[in-house]
Design a protein around this ligand. Structure first.
Ligand code: IPE
Ligand code: IPE
Ligand code: MG
Length: 246
């Protein structure tokens, strides 16, 4: 039986985060340049966005370019920025009723990319079916450092009291403040690490790792991850008996 048919439509994760890894190795395996792997990866993004929206996921957060990725060869960084520029399809988001957001240090992105992203965010802000979030020039340590700085500033201006600093306040200062924490985090490409992604927000996320390189990540694999998520018991520190009786 297909995983697609096993999904419980009443238990779809609200927020799915994905570390889209393996474009370079996919390209190498097929005798292509890394850039071609990224192009194929962008095609997978299009499909996954559509699939996520169609099964009722409300927030999809894709790790697209990390702070650390700035250290890649200049040629690859440029190719990725060009690909990003070409891939922002505002019309598609409008047709599909998807709102678009970016988290990360946008100022480091090329000017023309920033402009296109900002315009797309503005124009799609009222769309309600799903929110697609790209993590760009993003790292969790960068984000947390920014939040700490922001809070310290408010304390020094006496806008907040030190004793008012709690988990909710910290969450409200993160770039993800507008959405719930991820229920499910998927990483493709075989590595079993978080690579500085959503470290605060994934404190209680279910983690799913698969070996498939991102360009080969098909719908069925996505459905498989959702099914596995639905079969896990999220206890949040409680006992199994407490969860059953809830
Ligand atoms: C993920 O694929 C895309 C980005 C990090 C931009 P990689 O480019 O990391 O692919 P591998 O890990 O080298 O195969
Ligand atoms: C993580 O992949 C970042 C993105 C998918 C954008 P990397 O390929 O950069 O991760 P590491 O360096 O292997 O951990
Ligand atoms: Mg990689």
């Amino acid at each position: 039986m297909l995983y697609k048919d096993q999904i419980d439509t009443n238990k779809v994760p609200q927020h799915v985060a994905i570390i889209m890894d393996g474009n370079g190795r996919w390209a190498k395996q097929h005798g292509h340049h890394r850039t071609y792997g990224h192009q194929k990866g962008a095609e997978t993004v299009r499909k996954v966005v559509e699939t996520a929206a169609s099964i009722g996921i409300k927030y999809l957060t894709l790790y697209t370019f990390s702070t650390e990725n700035w250290n890649r060869p200049e040629e690859e960084v440029t190719a990725l920025m060009d690909l990003l520029f070409q891939s922002i399809e505002e019309e598609t988001f409008m047709t599909k009723n998807i709102s678009f957001r970016v988290i990360g240090d946008m100022q480091r992105l090329p000017q023309k990319v920033q402009e296109r992203l900002n315009q797309c965010m503005e124009h799609t802000a009222q769309n309600t079916r799903m929110c697609l979030v790209l993590a760009l020039s993003y790292s969790a340590k960068w984000e947390i450092t920014e939040a700490v700085r922001q809070i310290a500033r408010k304390v020094s201006k006496h806008e907040i009291d030190i004793d008012a600093i709690n988990e909710d306040l910290i969450s409200s200062q993160l770039s993800t403040h507008f959405m719930p924490d991820p229920d499910l985090l998927i990483r493709t490409g075989g590595e079993v690490r978080l690579s500085n992604y959503l470290l605060w927000q994934c404190a209680y996320s279910e983690l799913y790792f698969c070996d498939t390189f991102w360009p080969d990540f098909q719908d069925e694999e996505f459905y498989k991850a959702i099914c596995e998520f639905q079969n896990r018991e999220r206890r949040f520190g409680k006992t199994s008996e407490q969860i059953v009786n809830d």
